[in-house]
Design a protein around this ligand. Structure first.
Ligand code: ATP
Ligand code: MG
Ligand code: ZN
Ligand code: MG
Length: 452
């Protein structure tokens, strides 16, 4: 990619989240991830090129020096911060505008700084070992937090019983964010039990919200429609998938084949999520694998031994999430301690590395943080800081590529698994997260347990 010869016609809209907008190159397996800002947020719109570049470099460093060691070399692609010609960025912004979902248009793409993050396009397979030239499939899952907090700072008993995602669903429904509850529960996905995992994925397919997407040859073919009223067209999805999973001469009728095809897809996803070279297992403690809101049959929860293959992607994600041993309720007082300290000693903001840089020594600082609170500012920064995706915005994207078909009736896939969207969360968001947490919990208690 020659940065001085950028042409907007080589790029197209790929997708976006809350913080960034992603465009993909039409020829090369690359994406550019550009920052977005709220139209009301004048302060951010005036980010200089240097500030924006620093911000993106922080994301790269954080992926490289903090998340990679925690999640594993093979899953994390930190990418590269780049400076693009402003003219290109402006043209690109105009070009993609009409493709953007309306629900995301409360924010605009940054066209001032010219900075972006360049990453490999994870919806395309770089090594193409497929004999048949069928486009690769990519499944994106935003799994969310996969365990119940055991922190002694937790004040509401319900948080030890019902997971954050399930409680949040009720809150979102009441506030009009979604029209239907998702039956997905992260604890089912992270359980390591194939039956529970399959149901979790089935629930994601039924109600993808922003937790599930499918790409074929780099194009999104299945995701949440902008209009929350519209039910997902599962049969249309099955049509796309049929050639991957059913032999071409199959006489199976429509409804029957949809079921078979989706079931095959689910099995392939489950095996990719559990795949590992390490024969050891990580055992999950009893109290942490059960969410009372999950609709699964109790026997299924009771009679199984829960473990994950060591070093499979779910084990890595869960292990990293669980570094958050305090919960937001334990974190908020630490934030206050740091805030107070910075009021007294504002210059220490940089030596304490509140806003990075996320160097290797930053990870060491976090890892060497005392286990018990000694009242120090070091503890508050090390622990209260951002080593972990607390509410987890981890995404798991992976591709399934059909390779040598030995037995036509049993499709074989090669796949690679990646984790993306690993930005450090701003330190200042802790008080907001803390307020949101209590709103979600209180709402859940009021709306679902009227007798408590
Ligand atoms: P969130 O609101 O979840 O924090 P975000 O604003 O941080 O999201 P990303 O999740 O990084 O943005 O990117 C938005 C979308 O773009 C992703 O959901 C994914 O579909 C796509 N995407 C991001 N990075 C890549 C990549 N390297 N390859 C392919 N697709 C990508
Ligand atoms: Mg995202
Ligand atoms: Zn749950
Ligand atoms: Mg993000």
């Amino acid at each position: 990619m020659e940065l001085d010869k950028m042409d907007e016609n080589d790029w197209k809209y790929h997708g976006e989240g809350n913080k960034s907008l992603v465009v993909s190159n039409v020829q090369h397996a690359r994406v550019l991830r550009l920052l977005k800002y709220s139209t009301e947020d004048a302060e951010n719109s005036h980010k200089t090129t240097e500030q924006a570049f620093r911000h993106i470099q922080n994301i790269v460093d954080y992926s490289q020096n903090v998340m990679k060691p925690l999640l594993g070399e093979k899953f994390v692609h930190n990418g590269e911060a780049v400076k693009l010609p402003l003219d290109f960025v402006r043209q690109l912004s105009l070009k993609v505008q009409q493709e953007r979902p309306e629900s995301r248009c409360d924010k605009v793409m940054d066209t001032f700084s010219g900075c972006a993050l360049c990453l490999p396009n994870l919806t395309q397979l770089s090594c193409c070992c497929s004999r048949e030239h069928r486009p690769p499939l990519c499944i994106e899952i935003k799994p969310k937090c996969g365990f119940l907090p055991s922190s002694r700072h937790v004040t509401k008993e319900i948080k030890h019983k019902v997971c954050r995602f399930c409680m949040h669903q009720h809150f979102k429904l009441a506030h009009g964010k979604w029209k239907r509850l998702s039956r997905y529960c992260p604890l089912d996905l992270f359980s390591g039990n194939k039956q529970r995992m399959s149901l979790a994925i089935k629930h994601l397919i039924e109600e993808p919200q922003n937790n599930f997407k499918i790409f074929k040859g780099g194009e999104c073919i299945y995701s949440c429609k902008d209009d929350a009223d519209v039910l997902q067209d599962v049969d249309e999805l099955a049509q796309h998938l049929r050639p991957y999973f059913l032999p071409s001469g199959s006489l199976m009728n429509g409804h029957q084949s949809s079921k078979v095809v989706l079931n095959e897809l689910i099995q392939v996803i489950v095996s990719a999520l559990l795949s590992s070279w390490d024969p050891r297992k990580t055992h999950l403690s009893e109290g942490r694998v059960r969410c009372e809101a999950s609709l699964l049959h109790r026997d299924l929860l009771r009679n199984t031994n829960h473990c994950l293959p060591k070093d499979c992607v779910l084990d890595k994600i869960l292990g990293t999430q669980m570094l958050d041993s305090l919960d937001i309720e334990g974190l908020n007082p630490l934030f206050k301690r740091v805030e107070q300290h910075l009021q007294d000693f504002p210059k220490e903001r940089s030596s304490l590395q509140i806003d990075g840089p996320y160097s290797q020594s930053f990870l060491e600082k976090i890892q060497n943080c005392p286990t018990e609170d000694d009242g120090s500012i070091e503890y508050a920064v090390g622990k209260g800081y951002r080593p972990v995706p607390r509410l987890t915005s981890l995404y798991t994207a992976y591709r399934l590529d059909q390779s040598l078909e030995i037995q036509p009736s049993k499709p074989h896939f090669t796949y690679s698994v990646s984790i993306l969207d690993l930005d450090p969360k701003p330190y200042e968001s802790i008080p907001h997260q803390s307020r949101l947490d209590s709103k979600i919990v209180n709402h859940y208690l009021r709306s679902t347990l009227p007798n408590n």
